[in-house]
Design a binder for this molecule. Structure first.
Ligand code: NAP
Ligand code: G4F
Length: 344
């Protein structure tokens, strides 16, 4: 029988790539969607009929229990979160509830539906759990590159909420013997990245400027450094983590760090533009506390999962600029028409 996976955050960047990957591995894939007018239902219909949708919200314990009871998944991937770091200062409480306590609610749904009570019962839970942890937990780093053992010093309410979810995942593994793992993923991007994140903000601006639709791009901290990879590569690591004999946490990244300025220079040059003629620094995009640099040591993932990224930074930026040039050159709304399958 096909293995069955439930993905929270199915409408997000990673949710779509993970769903495609699991479908290609022969899985039955369910996605949790919230609200009554799902944008995804209208916007991502290329997967119509292949992914099954179920309503639920990380803020609503009962809906998560009902989803797990209905589906009986073999694997749960908790990708749902408020994931945009600046928003976590504007809505700190909501971020803590969704990105942090949401992890507790999903673990509790699995524990309840698996019949695990009080004490540690190794191996008793059949449902395997993946938590989307983040390199933002490292925050102000005092060692580089960062490994699974690097201490956390989060710099935003988002980072703090992710650290809570990370420790809780470890705690449920140790307390109840659950197969619960945390993937500490560094920044990963794609043409499906939300437009508020810096890589997509840049690739969209490059396309608009190239096509004469805009002249200027306003950015914040150009000196910040990130370890950027391709989302399509990273979802393979998530799946591999749930196929191991023992539950363990892994750092996933490329091991190469670049500045926002290097990203900008490359993206503009790929379109034959000089970034200095268009980019303006704007303090409105500078954060109350930023993470200045991140760089992964993915050695454990390579050794134990056999995982390594296939897409270079140059290829990734090229992919995004090319995709946005095509998107903005195409007249009209290119989204496919309505989604046909039922939402539970
Ligand atoms: P994303 O595109 O922002 O997607 C976030 C998803 O969370 C959306 O599907 C959203 O659904 C869902 N969500 C928001 N609030 C929810 C709620 N109350 N209940 C259920 N679902 C809710 O994020 P992503 O880039 O795919 O990242 C996936 C996960 O990995 C996130 O947890 C993120 O924090 C983490 N992460 C990402 C990166 C990265 O570089 N991309 C790195 C490390 C960790 P709606 O469409 O309904 O809003
Ligand atoms: O693209 P960003 O918004 O990503 P950030 O904050 O690193 O967070 C992303 O990666 C995390 C993994 O480390 C995820 F957990 C998280 O969910 C999210 O996916 O910003 C990257 C850097 C920052 O230092 C920011 O200050 O770019 C700098 N930056 C400079 N100007 C800007 C801008 N970021 C944005 N979004 N917009 C700007 O105008």
């Amino acid at each position: 029988m096909a293995r069955c996976a439930l993905i929270t955050g199915i409408t997000g960047q990673d949710g779509s790539y993970l769903a495609e990957h699991l479908l290609s591995e022969g899985y039955e894939v369910w996605g949790l969607v919230r609200g009554q007018a799902d944008p995804w239902v209208r916007g991502r219909s290329e997967l119509a009929g292949e992914i099954r949708l179920i309503r639920g919200d990380l803020l609503d314990q009962g809906s998560l229990i009902a989803a797990v009871e209905r589906i009986h998944p073999d694997e749960v991937y908790n990708l749902g979160a408020i994931s945009y770091v600046p928003m976590s200062w504007q809505q700190a409480e909501l971020t803590s509830e969704v990105t942090g306590v949401g992890v507790l609610r999903m673990l509790e749904a699995i524990r309840t539906c698996s019949g695990i009570s009080g004490s540690r019962t190794p191996g008793s839970a059949q449902i395997r759990f993946y938590q989307a942890s983040s390199s933002e937990m490292f925050g102000m780093v005092d060692e580089s590159p960062q490994t699974e053992r690097t201490p956390f010093h989060p710099r935003s309410p988002y980072g703090v909420a992710k650290a809570y979810g990370h420790f809780l995942t470890q705690n449920y593994r140790e307390s109840y013997g659950m197969f619960a793992v945390s993937g500490i993923l560094f920044n990963h991007e794609s043409p499906r990245r939300g437009p508020e994140f810096v890589t997509r903000k840049v690739s969209l601006a490059v396309a608009r400027i190239k096509l004469g639709l805009e002249r200027q791009l306003r950015l914040g901290n150009l000196a910040a450094r990130r370890d950027w990879g391709f989302a399509g590569d990273y979802v393979r690591a998530m799946h591999l983590m749930l196929t191991q004999d023992e539950p363990e946490d892994f750092v996933v990244g490329t091991g190469v760090t670049r500045s926002v300025e290097e990203l900008v220079e490359l993206a503009f040059s790929l379109a034959g533009l000089d970034w200095k003629e268009h980019v303006v620094c704007d303090t409105a995009f500078v954060r109350p506390a930023d993470v200045n640099q991140l760089c992964a040591d993915p050695g454990k993932a390579l050794a134990k999962l056999g995982w390594k990224p296939k897409t270079s930074f140059e290829e990734l930026v090229g992919l995004m600029v090319e995709s946005d040039l095509e998107l903005l050159s195409t007249p009209g709304d290119r989204r496919p028409p309505s989604f046909s399958s039922d939402v539970w």
